[in-house]
Design a binder for this molecule. Structure first.
Ligand SMILES: *Cc1c(COP(=O)(O)O)cnc(C)c1O
Length: 425
């Protein structure tokens, strides 16, 4: 279909959208009496209306049962994390025993690296390969893991950067770095979708290349889970972690997800252990000697943060009801329309050049677009916010936005375009 930058066209697209009714399942923030255009689902997803009911259920059961709620609550807390096995696994392309919900994202990255980053100084396999300008928390986690092993990050961190003057990383550069440094790489850990550029990495190919070189391969899926198709099991990825408060709409700081491939299910690799990872049948004998549960559950430390998880369940129900393929289909359409609107405004104005740094090819991106607003400054962002368009701004002039298929509409994109046009200096 040829697109048009008109309200009528946007409304036509909305009327043809099979998922349009899911918007009413969410609370959209209202500023000055007007619903905002919310394009920051990549940072904090909106609240599902059913979140409150899900939380109330657990509050009521806590009030009613006290400690007995571990067994008598409607969703017994003792085994609460098990309620996710199917739905969380299907979202990342895993088997149920390969996924567990626990802790926060950075905590889980550390826990996974304790197991999967086993440098060997004798053989010289001591390095970690990651993307340059990874999300700061990932950089800090990687550097401190190197230090934990007495390794200098300057010598043991291989960072793959975009080429001079470019914004995206060439896949060939990742693969050739793996080939060049192969025997020295102990771990490859990359963001599945780069948080800044929105670039999707070819996780399957990177995993194969990493394994061929003898390295472990893990991914941070903070910007991938709930955004793009994932097939972690089939791709052979060793481990992955993600947060649930971005595309997965489970509330600020909500619980993180972890994937550990089946081939490691019964591994005796080093891990930081806790009682919730211990064999369930003997957990309450409270005896010494850690005996891990088979699969991802064996990496749990603590009993489940049920209030967080209750909301995550409510959110996963929506993903299931909508169907991920349908969501991905709409996501592509929304982002293509946003791209069309931005390119149109850019080409009609001599005061601005919006350079889209996110890949143009839809197979290399999820729903996020990042643009460099050449010729514009912070006042453009201030204007957008004042007019009720919520996007993310990075100095000096990068705007990141993510129209998400569960609650954004084509009309949102049209409205965004009108506000953007009016704000150009
Ligand atoms: C959002 C994000 C984080 C945040 O980490 P928390 O531990 O959840 O605060 C980490 N890494 C990446 C790549 C992210 O996008």
């Amino acid at each position: 279909m040829t697109h048009k930058n008109t309200l009528e066209h946007a409304r036509l697209l909305d009327s043809q959208d099979k998922l349009h009714q899911f918007r009413s399942e969410f609370h959209l923030p209202v500023i000055d009496g007007k619903e905002v255009v919310y394009f920051t689902g990549n940072s904090l997803g909106l609240q599902p209306k059913k979140a409150k009911e899900a939380l109330d259920t657990e509050l009521e059961d806590w009030a009613k049962w006290g400690v007995e709620g571990h067994f008598h609550a409607r969703n017994p807390w003792y085994s609460y994390h098990e309620l996710f096995a199917e739905d969380a696994a299907s979202l990342v392309g895993a088997n149920p025993n390969e996924v567990v919900l626990m802790n926060g994202l950075t905590v889980n990255l550390h826990l996974m690296m304790v197991s999967f980053f086993q440098p060997n100084k004798a053989s010289g396999r001591t390095k970690i390969l990651c993307e340059a300008k990874a999300f700061p928390s990932d950089q800090y986690a990687i550097e401190s893991q190197l230090r934990l092993h007495g390794l200098d990050p300057k010598e043991n961190l291989i960072e793959i950067a975009p080429r001079e003057g470019e914004h995206l990383i060439h896949h060939d550069d990742i693969l050739s770095a793996i080939a060049t440094h192969g025997e020295h790489i102990a771990l490859i850990m990359i963001g599945g979708v780069n948080y800044y550029s929105g670039q999707v990495f070819d996780m399957k190919t990177i995993t194969e290349a990493g394994h061929k070189a003898g390295a472990m391969v893990g991914f941070d899926l903070a910007h991938a889970a709930g955004n793009i198709e994932l097939n972690l099991h089939d791709w052979g990825v060793d481990f992955a972690c993600w947060c649930t408060y971005k595309y997965l709409n489970s509330g600020p700081g909500s619980v993180s997800g972890v994937f550990v491939h089946d081939r490691h299910a019964n591994s005796d690799m080093l891990r930081l252990a806790g009682w919730w990872g211990h064999d369930k049948s003997t957990r309450f004998q409270m005896e010494p000697g850690f005996n891990p549960i088979s699969g991802a559950e064996g990496w749990q430390l603590s009993n489940a943060p049920v209030f967080n998880m209750a909301i995550h369940r409510a959110s996963l129900d929506l993903f299931k009801a909508a169907g991920f393929e349908n969501l991905r289909h709409k996501s592509r359409d929304l982002t293509n329309y946003l791209e069309f609107i931005i390119d149109g405004i850019s080409s009609q104005s001599d005061k601005v050049n919006f350079e889209i740094i996110t890949p143009r090819d839809e197979k290399d991106r999820g729903c996020q677009l990042s643009i460099l607003a050449h010729g514009q400054g912070k006042s453009l962002f201030d204007h957008l916010m004042k007019e009720g368009v919520i996007v993310d701004w990075r100095e000096p002039n990068v705007i990141r936005m993510a129209p998400v298929p569960l609650y954004n509409s084509f009309e949102d994109i049209y409205r965004f375009g009108e506000v953007l046009k009016a704000g150009i200096e």
